[in-house]
Design a protein around this ligand. Sequence first.
Ligand SMILES: [Zn+2]
Length: 167
Amino acid sequence: MTPPGDDNRGNFDPLVAEGSEPAFESWAVSPERRRNMQANRSRDTKPELRVRQRLHARGLRYRVAVRPEPTLPRRADIVFTRQRVVVFIDGCFWHGCPEHGRTSFSRNETYWNPKILRTKERDQEVDGLLTSAGWTVLRFWEHDDVDAVVSAVEVAVRGVSSDGRVT
Ligand SMILES: [Zn+2]
């Protein structure tokens, strides 16, 4: 059974629909698409693509889904190698966002799902490893305002934001 209108978002391409949808929607999609995103949850989620798109538009160049340090247990979403700035856009569900992690999937999975707890512990471990290796770690939620994220990243990389936002 397919709800009315579901066809319109099954194969949504975030790169071509900039600004037309609410920023926080990455897992409000078809079950098939959701499974696919769970498998690839550290990259190519819609909020991350939007951030990348706007960073690129501001002339920033970066690497995607690489390990800033070879021993790191997780790939980083966006990496500025020369400036030693690393950016994570964390999915609200898998990383246990206090605003959305608890309620959105409460039907079948609880907030204190052990898998989510492990993810949160690993996030902290990753932050510690990177920080002690001299990286600036920026971690955002996928629900965060894209413009604010982009400005914060630009400030970290360039020391200034091109849109004049104070972050
Ligand atoms: Zn959230």
